[in-house]
Each structure stands twice: as structure tokens, then as C-alpha cells.
Design a protein around this ligand. Structure first.
Ligand SMILES: Cc1cc2nc3c(=O)[nH]c(=O)nc-3n(C[C@H](O)[C@H](O)[C@H](O)COP(=O)(O)OP(=O)(O)OC[C@H]3O[C@@H](n4cnc5c(N)ncnc54)[C@H](O)[C@@H]3O)c2cc1C
Length: 378
């Protein structure tokens, strides 16, 4: 209904890329990490890292339906850590530069990210500040033509391999939301330390780092937008991050259902294939219904974005709904696989581990509920 032959061509390109350049390697990457420079360069060459971005900076200048197609196809990756790493590059660390960055920042940092020559990370979360972003302690102090950065960030995706971190830091002690700056922080700057690569239950192919900043001096021109507006800019950037998660959630969950149906068709229990059990078929039917609701909400969000409307409320609802739904599907499918589902050789066990993150990362469910309650005036 919404897709013409250009959308279909992009879908075919991304599908081919996932089938040839990602899925054959994910088992190895789960043991080490996705080689981001290599992967992103290939994606940059195909124009996949800046679908909606201005062609002046290497983007495709395409609309949000193309973005949706791109994200839906990434949902077929056989390890969710790969689309997460890609999503950081396209929907989490660069939208603010595209929207609010100076010409200098776009030329120097956005363009190479879109080309796949630089790997990016987004640095918001800290040991003492996760859900409560405004309580973060990392500081950026203006000193002549520079800012001097001190502090730390935790759980930073792509953090071990990033060429720069889009970093939220405090620029003043004044209470409220106008005391922050969002900066482009090159990781080659002296004082940048990857303190630790973190060991996780899922998303194992994605590198997640603890970062330290020790008297890092960066040029003042690396500030995105105005000083004092960093928090507001990051809240807007979060809308891209949360939207990114939706298409992948319903596509990945549908893949889990399809692989499970295939298994329970041939798995005989009490003399009959498991699929003969009505209770299982009804459970599958219920999930498919819920996934269709998520998909239709996502399409509604795309329509709103196409009209230039603020979709914060709908994106927040989608993120909340998707987090629980994708994990319920993973959990329920694994149950249908029985002991085989518990084996690492079975993809559903990885999907189960990977899918647990969505209701925590990018704002936990309770944070989504707070946002929705506020927007509804409750
Ligand atoms: C694998 C992984 C990758 C990540 N990647 C990045 C990244 O690239 N960049 C980045 O900046 N961050 C990243 N994060 C951090 C992520 O966004 C945070 O983990 C998340 O925002 C929650 O913060 P927290 O872990 O500090 O939990 P806390 O803030 O300590 O909260 C703990 C729990 O408390 C509950 N809670 C929170 N607020 C409320 C409330 N108001 N009412 C009731 N209950 C509440 C929630 O259930 C929450 O899960 C990543 C995290 C993980 C695990």
C-alpha cells in the first residue's frame, strides 16, 4: 500500500546485505564482536547509513517509508546485536548532528559516519544516571576555545570501536534541563579511556563499554546546537532511537514465530505433531495479532512523521508495547521448543537473550509509562 518499486528495490538490497554480509558471520561475531569499521564501510558504500539524511552529507535524502523498509529488513538479522550497532550509527548518535549540528560538524563527523568511514557511539548513561538522565555528572567546562571533559559513561554500545562519541555532559550546576551540552567527542583525544568491555547475557556480538574521560580537551565547535540545550536535543534524538526499535521488534518476533511453527509441525509429542495442540495455535494467533497492532502503530507513526507531526506519544507507546511483546514471544516460543530451545545451538535461545534488552535500553518501560502519563496529563 505504501511501497512502490523504489521501496522494493531498497528492501531487496538490504535483504541481500543481511543474507550475505551479516547472517553467515553472526555465530563468529557472537564469540568476539561485530567488526564495525568493516561492516559499516560496506553499508556506507551501498548508501545504507544515511537513508533520510541530506545528500549534501552523503545521505540518500529519502523519506521515512524508506527508513522503515531499511529497519524492517534489519529485523531479519540472526543476532540482534548487529542491528543495534547499526542503529547507533544511523538513529542514535547522528540524528542530532544532522538536525542541529553546524556545517563544520556535519562535514567533519556526519559525512564520514554516513560513508561508513567513522564508527559512532552515543554516550548518555552513567554509573549514577540511567533512567534519570538529568542526574548525570560528566562535566564539560568551557575554557577559551575548548571544552574540558571529565567523567564517565556506562553501557555504551560500539564504545570500544567508536571514532567519536556523541556525548551528553553537564555544562552548569543550575537545576533544570537547560544545564547540558551535547558534544561530538573524538575518541583519539588524549584522556579518552575504554576502561572495560562489558560482559552481557545477550546482544553478545555488540561491544558495550565503560568509558572514562580524563581532562579531555575538545574544540568548542564540537558542541551540537547551543550550550544549555543539550538535554532537549538529546530528548529529541531519543525519538529516533525509540522509533528504530519498532520495525525490528515485529519483524524479529515474526521470524521467531515462523521458525517455531516449522519446529512444532515436525516435533511429535504424544503421537502427534505439537502444532495439533489448539492451546499452542491459539497462543501463536494471539502473538501474531499483537504484532500486527505494533506494526500498524509503527505505520501510523511513519504517516505522522511524513506529515511533520510530533509523534513522541505514539513512539513512546510503541517502545513500551514492543519491549514486552518481543520478549513474551521469545519466551513463549522457547517454551514450545522445550529442551532444544534451551540449547545455544538453537537460534531461539539467542533471540530470548537478545530480546530482553528492549524493555530496559533506550529508556526502561517505567520511563515510557512516565512519559505517557505526563503527556496524557495524569
Ligand atoms: C546492552 C546495553 C546497551 C546500552 N547501550 C547504551 C548506549 O549506547 N548509550 C547509552 O547512553 N546507554 C546505553 N544503555 C543504557 C540504557 O539506556 C540504560 O540501561 C537504561 O536507560 C536504564 O538505566 P539503568 O540501567 O541505569 O537503570 P536504572 O535507572 O538504575 O533503573 C533500574 C530499573 O528501575 C526501574 N525504574 C526506572 N525508573 C522508574 C520509575 N520512574 N518508576 C518505577 N521504576 C523505575 C526500571 O525498571 C529500570 O530498569 C545500554 C544498556 C544496555 C544494557
Amino acid at each position: 500500500m505504501y511501497f512502490n518499486e523504489d521501496h522494493n528495490a531498497l528492501r531487496a538490497t538490504v535483504k541481500r546485505f543481511v543474507d550475505k554480509e551479516i547472517n553467515p558471520y553472526v555465530d563468529d561475531w557472537e564469540q568476539s564482536n561485530v567488526p564495525l569499521h568493516d561492516l559499516f564501510k560496506k553499508m556506507g558504500d551501498l548508501g545504507l547509513l544515511g537513508i533520510t539524511y541530506d545528500p549534501k552529507y552523503g545521505g540518500q535524502g529519502l523519506d521515512y517509508w524508506f527508513d522503515l523498509v531499511f529497519l524492517e529488513e534489519l529485523g531479519h538479522c540472526k543476532a540482534d546485536g548487529v542491528p543495534m550497532a547499526i542503529g547507533v550509527q544511523t538513529h542514535m548518535a547522528t540524528p542530532a548532528i544532522h538536525e542541529f549540528g553546524s556545517e563544520y560538524l556535519k562535514e567533519t563527523y556526519l559525512k564520514p559516519a554516513v560513508a561508513g568511514d567513522m564508527v559512532t557511539a552515543i554516550g548518555v548513561t552513567e554509573p549514577e544516571a540511567g533512567s534519570d538522565v538529568a542526574s548525570l555528572l560528566t562535566r564539560a567546562v568551557k575554557d577559551g576555545d575548548s571544552y574540558v571533559i571529565n567523567g564517565s559513561k556506562r553501557f555504551i554500545t560500539n564504545g570500544c570501536q567508536a571514532d567519536y562519541v556523541t556525548l551528553l555532559a553537564r555544562t552548569s550546576d543550575d537545576p533544570g534541563y537547560h544545564s547540558f551540552g551535547l558534544f561530538v567527542v573524538p575518541t583519539k583525544t588524549p584522556g579518552f579511556v575504554v576502561n572495560k568491555k562489558l560482559d552481557k547475557m545477550g546482544m553478545r556480538c555488540s561491544d558495550t563499554a565503560e568509558l572514562f574521560f580524563d581532562d579531555m580537551r575538545i574544540p568548542a565547535e564540537n558542541l551540537i546546537g547551543e550550550e544549555g540545550e543539550g538535554f532537549i536535543i538529546q530528548m529529541k534524538q531519543f525519538q529516533h532511537e525509540r522509533f528504530y526499535a519498532l520495525p525490528g521488534a515485529y519483524v524479529s518476533a515474526r521470524d521467531m514465530i515462523d521458525m517455531t511453527v516449522e519446529y512444532i509441525r515436525q516435533r511429535k509429542v504424544f503421537g502427534k505433531p505439537l502444532i495439533a495442540k489448539q492451546v499452542l495455535r491459539h497462543r501463536l494467533a494471539e502473538w501474531v495479532t499483537q504484532l500486527e497492532c505494533l506494526k500498524q502503530l509503527t505505520y501510523h507513526i511513519v504517516r505522522m512523521k511524513m506529515e511533520g507531526l510530533d509523534a513522541t506519544r505514539e513512539i513512546t507507546m510503541g517502545k513500551l508495547f514492543a519491549g514486552d511483546l518481543v520478549f513474551n514471544v521469545a519466551h513463549g516460543c522457547l517454551q514450545m521448543w522445550g529442551g532444544m530451545g534451551y540449547m545455544n545451538e538453537t537460534l531461539i535461545s539467542r533471540k530470548f537473550r537478545d530480546s530482553r534488552l528492549l524493555s530496559i535500553g533506550g529508556g526502561a518501560n517505567e520511563v515510557m509509562l512516565e512519559v505517557i502519563a505526563k503527556l496524557e496529563g495524569f
